[in-house]
Design a protein around this ligand. Structure first.
Ligand SMILES: [Zn+2]
Length: 468
C-alpha cells in the first residue's frame, strides 16, 4: 500500500492523508487549511487530487482542520462514504454549517470593500454542499462498544479507538490484505491527554503495529497538570466574587466550553467556589453542549466519580444559564457581577464575545480570562500580549480589565504523551510525524529515535508519497 501526505505536513492545518490499497483510495481526514486569507483560500479551493477518484473517507474528529474541506470534496464529485463516530457525525453538522455561514458573510464583506470586480471571492462551499456532505456521513461505533471491525472492502477493514481529544474523536486502526500479507496502519488524528476532564483516555492498540501516523502539535512541550488549572480557576473566581467582577472567558464552542463548565460545576459541588452565575453565551456552544447529553457512555471514570454516580448532570445547575437568544444575551449587560461569561469565538475574532469585551473592557474591576491557544494576528493574542487598546467593530477601546490566562487546558497530548503512545505501539516499524511545526517535529523525532533506535522515522513534506 501507499500513503501520500497532502496536508498538516510541517504545519498544523489541512490534515489529508491518502492511503492506496490495490487501487482503492481511502482518505484519512479532509481538513481545511487555516491561516492568511489569500493563501489558505487558494489551497482549500484546489484539492491536490481528483475528488471523483477518492473511494471513501475516514474522519477522525469534527475540528475544521480535519473536516473543513469535506464539502469541497463533495462539491468536486466525491461519491463515497465518510466514516466517523456517532458523536462526530452529530457535531460536524454544526461545525460545517457554521463554516459555510462565516464564508458567506466573509465573501459579502470582502466583495463590498474591494474595488475591482475581478478580485471578488466566492465562498468555498455553500450550505447545500454541507447538506450533501452530511448525507454521506456513516456512523461507526468505537471498537470497545461491539468488538467489530468496519469492513470497507474485501481487502480493507478498520476500527476506531478512543483518541480522548474532543467528544467523538477517534484513532483509526486500518488493516489491509495485500499480496496475501496482512499489514496495518494507525492514524491518531489529534491525540488527547489521559487526565482531561469528561473524556476517556487515548486507547493503545493491543496488536503489533507496522505503521503509525501521529500528530505532533506539542512534540517539544510538556504541559502543566490539569489540576493546576482547577486551583488557578478557584483563586480567580474567589477573587472575582469579592470584587464583584465580571469574568469574560473567550472559549472555543467545542471542547473548551464544556471542560470549563465541568471544572466550575465540580468546584461548586466541592464548595471550593460559591455559586456564582455562569452564562454560556454562544449559540454554537449551546448546541454542542446539548449533544453531550446522551453521550455519557463516552465519558470517563472521573466523570462517574464526580457526577455520574451522584446522578448529577454536569451541564445543568441553577447557576448555569444558557442564553441562546440574542435578547437574553443582551440582558447580561445590565446585570451586576460577580459572574462568569463563557462566550465564543475563542480567539475574539467574532461572535458574541466581542459585545461582552466592548461593554466591559474599560472597567478595571473586570477580568478577561483566556483559556485556550491564541494565534498570532488575532485580537485575543494582542490582548494577551498586553496591548492597551482593543479595536472592536471598527472602534478603539481602552483596556482597563485584568488580563489572565489558564494555559493548562490543552486538548493535545504533550511530548511525554506522544512518546508514550509511540512506545505503546508494539513492534512498530515505520513512524510518520505530521500536524506539528518544524521544531516540534524535529524534537519529537529525536526523542522517539532515542527510545526506539530501530524505528524508521519520517517527517513527510507536502504531497510526499511512501510505499509501506
Ligand atoms: Zn482537533
Amino acid at each position: 500500500m501507499n500513503i501520500s501526505f497532502y496536508g498538516a505536513t510541517e504545519n498544523v492545518t489541512g490534515s489529508k492523508h491518502l492511503l492506496e490499497v490495490n487501487g482503492f483510495k481511502l482518505l484519512l481526514d479532509c481538513g481545511a487549511f487555516q491561516g492568511k486569507r489569500a493563501q489558505s483560500n487558494l489551497q482549500n479551493r484546489n484539492l491536490p487530487f481528483d475528488a471523483r477518484e477518492i473511494d471513501a473517507v475516514i474522519l477522525s474528529h469534527a475540528h475544521l482542520d480535519h473536516s473543513g474541506a469535506l464539502p469541497i470534496l463533495v462539491k468536486n464529485g466525491f461519491k463515497g462514504k465518510i466514516y466517523c463516530t456517532l458523536a462526530t457525525k452529530e457535531i460536524v453538522k454544526y461545525i460545517l454549517e457554521d463554516s459555510a455561514e462565516l464564508q458567506l458573510q466573509d465573501a459579502k464583506y470582502f466583495n463590498k470593500h474591494i474595488r475591482k470586480e475581478s478580485e471578488a471571492i466566492e465562498p468555498l462551499f455553500s450550505k447545500e454542499d454541507v447538506k450533501n456532505t452530511l448525507q454521506k456521513l456513516t456512523a461507526v461505533p468505537y471498537f470497545r462498544e461491539n468488538n467489530f471491525y468496519q469492513i470497507i472492502n474485501e481487502n480493507i477493514k478498520f476500527k476506531f479507538l478512543e483518541a480522548g481529544h474532543i467528544l467523538g474523536s477517534a484513532i483509526t486502526v486500518v488493516e489491509v490484505i495485500e499480496k496475501d500479507a496482512i499489514k496495518n496502519l494507525v492514524y491518531t488524528g489529534d491525540l488527547g491527554r489521559s487526565e482531561s476532564p469528561i473524556l476517556k483516555s487515548p486507547e493503545f492498540p493491543k496488536e503489533n503495529i507496522d505503521n503509525l501516523i501521529i500528530e505532533s502539535t506539542y512534540g517539544n512541550k510538556i504541559h502543566k497538570p490539569i489540576v493546576e488549572a482547577e486551583k488557578e480557576l478557584q483563586e480567580i473566581i474567589n477573587f472575582a466574587v469579592k470584587q464583584k467582577s465580571k469574568i469574560i472567558v473567550p472559549a472555543f464552542a467545542l471542547g473548551r466550553t464544556q471542560e470549563l463548565i465541568y471544572i466550575l460545576h465540580k468546584l461548586t459541588i466541592q464548595k471550593r467556589i460559591p455559586q456564582i452565575k455562569i452564562f454560556i453565551d454562544s449559540p454554537m456552544a449551546i448546541n454542542i453542549t446539548e449533544l453531550f447529553d446522551g453521550h455519557e457512555k463516552d465519558f470517563d471514570f472521573e466523570w462517574w466519580q464526580d457526577f455520574g454516580k451522584k446522578n448529577i448532570d454536569v451541564f445543568t445547575a441553577h447557576n448555569i444559564y444558557f442564553t441562546k437568544s440574542s435578547q437574553k444575551s443582551q440582558e447580561i449587560n445590565n446585570m451586576q457581577g460577580p459572574m462568569i461569561i463563557i462566550s465564543a469565538s475563542g480567539m475574539c475574532e467574532g461572535g458574541r464575545v466581542l459585545h461582552h469585551l466592548k461593554n466591559n473592557i474599560g472597567d478595571k474591576n473586570n477580568i478577561i480570562l483566556f483559556a485556550g491557544y491564541q494565534a498570532e494576528n488575532t485580537l485575543g493574542r494582542r490582548l494577551r500580549d498586553g496591548q492597551n487598546f482593543a479595536r472592536i467593530f471598527g472602534r478603539d477601546y481602552r483596556v482597563a480589565t485584568k488580563i489572565m490566562s489558564l494555559d493548562e487546558l490543552s486538548a493535545h497530548a504533550d511530548q511525554q504523551g506522544l512518546l508514550k503512545y509511540i512506545e505503546n505501539c508494539k513492534n512498530l516499524k515505520n513512524l510518520f510525524l505530521v500536524h506539528g511545526e518544524k521544531q516540534s517535529l524535529l524534537e519529537l523525532s529525536k526523542k522517539a529515535k532515542e527510545i526506539i533506535p530501530s524505528l524508521s522515522i519520517d517527517i513527510p513534506v507536502q504531497s510526499q508519497e511512501f510505499e509501506i
